[in-house]
Design a protein around this ligand. Structure first.
Ligand SMILES: Cc1ncc(COP(=O)(O)O)c(C=O)c1O
Length: 412
C-alpha cells in the first residue's frame, strides 16, 4: 500500500489520547524486565462483582441474536430499578442503552450540535471530550476552573463570556474526572439557569456519582430534568462496578424529539453485546453492591497519597471529594516531556510509574503544562511505592531542567 495515500484532514488533526499515548514506553520498560505502576488509566483494580458473570455462564441458547437496539429488556428494567431506588423513576422511552458512556456522549453530541458548533466544558476536563468533539467537527470551548480556586465554578456572568452564536451545549462531568470535585447544589442551579437562559443543552456525565467521600453526595441532574428537559444524564457500569470491559452504559432524557433521534442512532449501530447486557443487568439489580465499600477504600488511598505528598511543598493539589483521580501541579514547564522522561528514565529497584500529562486536559493554550493527573487505582502499598518513584523522578528532573517555582497556596 502506498504510504502517501491521502487520509481525511479530520483524521490527521485527531488528538492522541494523553492517557494512552505513553503506554508504548511502559511496555518497553516491561519488556526490559521492569515493573510499571500504571496510574495513567482510571480502571478500578478490583474484581467485577460475581453477579456479572452468572447470567453469562448460565446462557445456554446456542445462538447470539441481535437484541433490540434500545437495549435488552432485562437491562432496561434493571436500570429503571436502579434509578427508582435512588428516587428517580424513569419511563422506558426515556432510556437508551449504549456501549459505555462513550457511545452515549457521542450520540448526545451528534444529536445536539451541527459540525462547526461550540460545546462548552469546564477545564480541566476528561480528555476524550476533545476526541469526541473532534470526531463530530465540533469545537470544545474550555471554561477555566483553577486549582488556586479549588476548582470552583465561575459566575454566570463569567460563563456567559464564553458563549458564541454557535454554542449548543455545556458538557459536565460531576463528580469531575480529573479534579475529583463534586459540584455544589448552588453550582448545579447556576449551570441549569445558564443553560435555560441561553437555550443550551446540558450533558451531565455522572459515571462517578457513587464514588464520593466523607459522606458527601453528588446530586444527579435527573433532579432538574422536570424543570428543564434539555438535560441528558449519562451513566455507565465501568467505574461503579469495576466493569470497564463490559462496555455498557446508558443515557437518560425526557425530550421526545431528542430521544427519537437517539433511538435511530441506536438502530444504525444495530445493538449492544447481548452477554454484556445480561451481566450489566445483574449489576444494576444489585441492591447492596458487593463494591459498596469502594468509596471508603478510595478515600483511604487518597489520604495516604496526600499525606505522603504533603511533605513536598512544591507539589500542589486540591483534596478530591470523589472519584479516584488526583491532579498535581508540579514545578515543571512541560508535562508531556516530564511524564515521558519519567517513564523512560526513572526507576527505583526496577519499578517505574506511568502518569498522565495534563496539557491535553485543557484547550486554553499554555494551561496544564505544569500539571499531571494520577489515577489512584492500586492498593496502598504499591501506590506509595509509585509516589516514591514520582517524587524521586521529580527531584532528578528539577536538577536537570530548570524548575518552575509556583508560589501557590495548597488547598486541603
Ligand atoms: C468522565 C468520563 N466519561 C466517560 C468515560 C468513558 O466511560 P465508559 O467506559 O463507560 O465508556 C470515562 C472513562 O474514564 C470518564 O472518566
Amino acid at each position: 500500500m502506498d504510504d502517501s495515500l491521502p487520509l481525511s484532514l479530520r483524521s490527521q488533526g485527531y488528538p492522541a489520547s494523553p492517557i494512552r499515548k505513553l503506554i508504548p514506553y511502559a511496555k518497553a520498560a516491561e519488556a526490559a524486565g521492569h515493573k510499571v505502576f500504571y496510574l495513567n488509566i482510571g480502571e478500578p483494580n478490583h474484581d467485577t462483582p460475581a453477579a456479572f458473570f452468572q447470567p453469562i455462564h448460565a446462557y445456554q441458547t446456542p445462538h447470539l441474536p441481535y437484541e433490540p437496539s434500545q437495549g435488552h429488556p432485562e437491562l432496561l428494567i434493571a436500570i429503571q430499578g436502579y434509578f427508582q431506588r435512588l428516587g428517580y423513576p424513569l419511563e422506558k422511552h426515556h432510556l437508551q442503552v449504549t456501549q459505555g458512556a462513550t457511545d452515549a456522549l457521542l450520540f448526545s453530541l451528534f444529536t445536539i450540535a451541527n459540525s462547526g458548533d461550540d460545546i462548552l466544558t469546564f477545564e480541566p476536563f476528561y480528555p476524550n471530550y476533545l476526541a469526541f468533539t473532534a470526531q463530530l467537527g465540533l469545537t470544545l470551548v474550555g471554561i477555566p476552573t483553577t486549582m488556586e480556586n479549588a476548582y470552583a465554578l465561575p459566575s454566570l456572568e463569567e460563563m456567559e463570556t464564553y458563549l458564541t452564536p454557535k454554542t449548543k451545549a455545556i458538557l459536565i462531568s460531576n463528580p469531575s474526572n480529573p479534579t475529583g470535585r463534586i459540584y455544589t447544589e448552588e453550582e448545579l442551579k447556576r449551570i441549569v439557569n445558564f443553560a435555560k437562559k441561553h437555550q443550551l443543552w446540558i450533558i451531565s456525565d455522572e459515571l462517578y456519582h457513587t464514588l464520593t467521600f466523607a459522606g458527601k453526595k453528588a446530586t444527579t441532574l435527573l433532579a432538574y430534568q422536570k424543570v428543564y428537559p434539555a438535560i441528558v444524564v449519562i451513566d455507565s457500569v465501568s467505574k461503579r462496578y469495576a466493569a470497564c470491559g463490559a462496555r455498557i452504559g446508558c443515557l437518560i432524557n425526557t425530550h421526545t424529539p431528542f430521544m427519537e433521534c437517539i433511538f435511530q442512532l441506536g438502530q444504525s449501530r444495530l445493538g449492544v453485546s447481548l452477554l454484556d447486557q445480561l451481566g450489566a443487568a445483574a449489576l444494576y439489580r444489585l441492591e447492596n453492591p458487593s463494591l459498596a465499600h469502594l468509596p471508603a477504600l478510595y478515600e483511604a488511598r487518597r489520604d495516604k497519597v496526600i499525606n505522603f505528598l504533603s511533605a513536598y511543598p512544591w507539589i500542589h493539589y486540591v483534596k478530591p471529594e470523589a472519584t479516584f483521580y488526583l491532579m498535581l501541579s508540579l514545578p515543571i514547564h512541560d508535562s508531556n516531556h516530564f511524564c515521558t522522561w519519567l517513564i523512560e528514565h526513572i526507576h527505583l529497584d526496577g519499578e517505574r510509574v506511568l502518569i498522565t500529562p495534563a496539557e491535553n486536559l485543557y484547550v486554553t493554550p499554555g494551561k496544564g503544562k505544569n500539571e499531571v493527573r494520577l489515577a489512584l487505582v492500586l492498593e496502598e502499598e504499591p501506590l506509595l511505592r509509585a509516589m516514591n518513584i514520582l517524587v524521586y523522578g521529580l527531584q532528578q528532573y528539577m536538577t536537570l531542567f530548570e524548575p518552575l517555582n509556583p508560589s501557590r497556596p495548597v488547598h486541603e
